[in-house]
Design a protein around this ligand. Sequence first.
Ligand SMILES: [Zn+2]
Length: 462
Amino acid sequence: MHLNAKIGLEIHVQLNTKSKLFCTCSTNLAKPNSHVCEVCLGMPGSKPVLNKKAVDFSVMLALALNCKVPKISRFDRKTYFYPDLPKNYQITQYNFPIAQKGYLQILNKKIQIRRIQIEEDPGAITYPYHIDVSKYSLIDYNRSGFPLCEVVTEPDFSSSKEVKKFLKMFISMIKHLGIYSSNNSFRVDTNVSIGRNPRVEIKNIGSIKDVVSAIEYEIYRQKFVLESGKKITQQTRRFAGSTTEAMREKETEEEYGHIIDPDLPPIVLTALHINQIKKKLPELPYQRAKRMFNQYKINKHQALAIVSEKELADFYEKVVKHIEPKFAAGWISTQLLKVLNYNNIYFSEINLTSQQFISFLKLIQAKEISDRAADLLLRELVLKPQNPKKLAEKLNLLNLTEDELSKLINIVLKKNKDSVDQYKKGKTKVLAFLIGQVIRESKGRADAKIVKELIMKKSFLY
Ligand SMILES: [Zn+2]
């Protein structure tokens, strides 16, 4: 049974503003329930005042995602009862969102953006030990009123691989825009359906890796259900480590009874204001890749791989101040990314400095280390960043010195007198064998080119 998967995303990004969406409370980390006021605690009679920066940031994101930004958008109240929501409604956008109909390009495919809406975050609930066994829950209202942008895609993805590429590029984009930093919250809801079956939503996933695992598990689970002759029901599930668990049968958006928030006037954006924001947009990942391609003469795939994480692109541009750009791009886009992939970590999660990487590449350029040994060294460096030369010494990976090499060649030539005689009689093929012997004896710590030269000189002495 072959059924295509259809996957959509709802991404909640906390915007990098200093204060909350509707009050002046700080968004900095603090001890629980210390950054609160009557507005974000939903006290009767308190009035929300919209944070202008959050609107500008949302427009920046909308423009970067090729969306249409209408002149007028509005806030609605989404009603539901939950202890993290003291007003019993969340201020969000329903019928008139800040932006609609955009796209982000990945892997020769346009993923369509259905809408972008601005909304407030509820408070944070924690369950000591685990939600299933906890006798009580704790609520921190510091998060209540944090400004979020919710980006909703069409169900255009057909695999977890596409989702991973998209989310990486999306995060790189919001970091380039400067509207998001790694300390901010980032949560994803994903909906997955296969064939014409109902869709299942998985809520509140906190990292790209977990989104990928949740989708892979969910596709596997749904296929298994169908293969056992059962039906898939529309429901909401949560990600639980490596699997998904049912939470509730899916409610519809209508059940939340959205009404326009009478405390907040419509947002009116003039064409002039939108144009001003457009003009001030910083360089975005695709533009940066294009510039790198022209400026450093690296190839397109390398440039795209490098900008897929902002931290990696910044790192590369520091490295090329000291190292030939093509050489650096080669090592980053192949070996470095391979090691990261193998360990299932992102560049932003490691502490390798540009200085350490520059020293590493210089070891290779100076032929102090062979390519094979450099590969081994890099694997260690990624996991435990440190001085590359000292680490290479410790791991016995540095090439032999000329003296050491010369002694080694003498031994090999003495041992293989027959081959040396054949070489002297003009059998040049034997040379490759002798080089191989030396490299084997050196345990890969000799450069083949230098070995060749030395053997050619020395063979006549034997
Ligand atoms: Zn407040």
